[in-house]
Design a protein around this ligand. Structure first.
Ligand SMILES: Nc1nc2c(ncn2[C@@H]2O[C@H](COP(=O)(O)OP(=O)(O)OP(=O)(O)O)[C@@H](O)[C@H]2O)c(=O)[nH]1
Ligand SMILES: [Zn+2]
Length: 367
């Protein structure tokens, strides 16, 4: 049994749930009237899922109708997803009727030329960008990871590992802060425990985190330290089944000490590996900000406003329109976080990046 809130079902999810239920097709609504409960996907295996809800944990599969509606690979439930399920009490199983709209997604391209992506982690709030303070450290890679995180909808934070082995941890920290300005940087050692309290404090109860990083940087070790158990090594979590027996079940949504969650799927590990090869993107938007300073209106959204220096720069080719989209997405995320339960996160982010916040909340028109 798991309290819904403990699972990360906050106010914002609650209202997403309400409106999702409202918009159900009439036939579906009638068929499952009074039966649907929110549950979180802890494991996805082929077309069988393990879901956790306030009422219990079940194996679940999609209803025929839900399955028929899944046109894209990315529509399928994945670890971290919130789904609407109808428990089948007699069988101790559940039917997944639909997937709630996601807050964030990490995807991977699938082999075989499909342009579709497979979602390997859904609804992460924080992406810990893990790199060790050694030869592995590469600012450019951190930039890519941060861009990947911003793109996913999760908030990035850098974790520099193996501080016990580093000659000059401050230097790595300074370089990281320069590579991804405005992103929190934590220096930790899983060996000595240094910096772990600060990192734990950043991950509030109910939040969901993912780890992004290449092989050998210490992700498993970090995950073990955060879960406080050997969960990662054994890839298993203990749970009681309906008959009160202790069974060991494989899960990829792991509970951290302090009540947060970690999504650790094989696909998520791949994300950190492949990001290294992907097109590099800067996640800093200084160029756009200085252009925006020249817009006629200080609250210019850079859409159709007259005298917009940003659109002008796109017109002349000085600025890439994709970068503007990324920037606008970031602004929307900040706005979203302000409204949502993540208000705390937003404050933290905004504090770290006053420049951006000024830009998105400047009240007065200059002319
Ligand atoms: N000295 C030191 N060694 C560490 C620390 N964290 C991890 N290591 C070591 O680094 C090596 C790699 O750690 P892992 O946790 O397996 O790294 P990973 O990122 O999970 O690697 P993959 O499983 O290949 O993805 C292991 O030998 C760990 O013991 C640390 O804080 N200090
Ligand atoms: Zn503008």
């Amino acid at each position: 049994m798991q309290d819904l809130q403990d699972l990360g079902f906050d106010e914002a999810w609650s209202s997403t749930w309400e409106s999702w239920i409202q918009e159900l097709q009439e036939s579906t609504a009638r068929r499952y009237a009074g039966q649907l409960v929110p549950a979180r996907v802890a494991l996805a295996h082929k077309h069988l899922y393990r879901v956790v809800s306030a009422e219990g944990e079940w194996l679940a599969e999609l209803s025929g109708q839900a399955r028929a509606g899944m046109a894209l690979l990315s529509d399928w439930p994945t670890v971290g997803d919130w789904v609407a399920v109808a428990p089948r009490q007699a069988e101790g199983r559940a039917t997944i009727v639909g997937v709630l709209p996601r807050r964030s997604t990490f995807g991977r391209k699938v082999a075989g030329g499909r342009r579709d992506t497979q979602i390997v982690a859904a609804n992460a709030d924080i992406a810990l960008l893990v790199t060790s303070m050694s030869r592995d450290f590469e600012p450019r890679r951190l930039e890519r990871y941060a861009a990947l995180a911003w793109d996913s909808g999760a908030m990035p934070a850098v974790v520099l590992t193996k501080s016990d082995e580093a000659d000059d941890p401050e230097l790595f920290e300074a370089q990281a802060m320069q590579a991804v300005p405005g992103v929190d940087v934590f220096r930790v050692s899983a060996m000595t425990g240094e910096g772990m309290d600060e990192l734990r404090a950043r991950i509030a109860p109910g939040m969901t985190v993912v780890l992004v990083g290449s092989s050998g940087v210490g992700k498993s070790t970090l995950a073990n330290a955060l879960t406080g158990t050997e969960q990662m090594l054994t890839q298993a979590a203990r749970s009681d089944d309906d008959r009160g027996r202790h069974t060991t079940t494989h899960r990829e949504l792991l509970r951290l000490q302090g009540g947060a969650w970690l999504i650790d799927t094989p696909g998520m590990r791949e994300v950190g590996m492949t990001a290294i090869d992907s097109e590099g993107l800067s996640n800093t938007f200084e160029d756009i900000e200085s252009l925006a300073d020249q817009c006629r209106f200080s609250d210019c959204k850079h859409e159709r406003e007259p005298g917009c220096a940003v659109r002008e720069a796109i017109h002349t080719g000085e600025l890439d329109s994709n970068r503007l989209r990324g920037y606008q997405k970031l602004q929307r995320e900040i706005a979203y976080m302000r409204r949502s339960e993540n208000a705390q996160l937003a404050r933290q982010y905004v504090q770290n990046n006053k420049k951006l916040s000024k830009l998105s909340s400047r009240p007065n028109k200059r002319k």
